[in-house]
Design a protein around this ligand. Structure first.
Ligand SMILES: [Fe+2]
Length: 251
């Protein structure tokens, strides 16, 4: 089975369209979406319409922005710009898309016996995995050998190898526009495919992955998209301009 792995689209339709065009030459059977369909960008309905249209082909977990934009929780913990975007998104989502977001499952979800997906961490959807300590906590609550996560918007891999009864970690940040990695049989992995719609690793290109489960092979890609069009639409929508401006820098 080959999976298309997408995360953190954040209502950026221009970025999602570019990724979908890029995937036309790549084979996959199912889609794993790691949460944060909406929040920040100007196209929440287009993005959620597309997710809904995938039906059972897609396994979707909700993200913290999906939860708050859907009105399941207040935005009090968000910064000012995220709060304004949450309010705008809630006002603009169609009733059908609001309901879809309200009923999304909370991760972690087991996709296959050894394959799990979540938004922040298997520990909690709001947890960030930035460090080896975070990664250790995350793998301690699941027997999975491969966990896909999002939330940090940083394409990265944490590899855990068992040495003398302890898991030792290596961290790799994924840079460049194409990476192909064969996962080692005796290691466990936490893998972040990066963000489709709001990258934060100083590369503005949309980020995604394809995973060949049978071969344990990961393909990671970056795809350029019309950033200025997405930025302009954020400005025209009356969203905080900084949310459009940051797309230019991948920050
Ligand atoms: Fe996010």
């Amino acid at each position: 089975m080959r999976y298309l792995i997408l995360s953190d689209i954040h209502a950026n339709w221009e970025a999602l369209q570019a990724v979908l065009r890029h995937t036309r030459r790549r084979k996959f059977e199912r889609i794993l979406f790691l949460g944060d369909a909406v929040g920040y960008g100007a196209s929440p309905n287009q993005v959620v319409d597309w997710l809904r249209s995938q039906g059972r082909r897609a396994v979707i977990v909700r993200g913290n922005h999906d939860r708050v934009c859907a009105g399941l929780e207040s935005a009090v913990t968000f910064n000012r710009y995220a709060r304004e975007a949450t309010h705008w998104t809630h006002q603009h989502l169609s009733p059908r898309n609001l309901e879809f977001l309200q009923t999304l499952p909370v991760g972690p979800l087991e996709v296959e016996e050894d394959l799990v997906v979540c938004h922040g961490s298997p520990v909690d959807e709001d947890e960030y995995i930035f460090s080896v300590a975070d990664a250790g906590d995350a793998l301690s609550v699941t027997p999975a050998t491969v966990v896909f996560f999002g939330h940090t918007h940083i394409p990265s891999i944490f590899m855990a190898r068992m040495v003398d009864g302890h898991e030792l970690f290596q961290i790799r940040l994924l840079s460049g526009h194409r990476n192909v990695l064969d996962l080692e049989a005796d290691c466990r992995y936490l893998i972040n495919p990066g963000s489709v719609g709001q990258p934060r690793d100083r590369d503005p290109a949309a980020s995604y992955a394809v995973y060949d489960h049978g071969r344990r092979r990961l393909y990671h890609y970056r795809v350029g998209y019309p950033v200025q069009a997405a930025r302009r639409r954020i400005h025209q929508a009356g969203l905080p301009p900084v949310l459009g401006d940051r797309l230019q820098y991948g920050a």
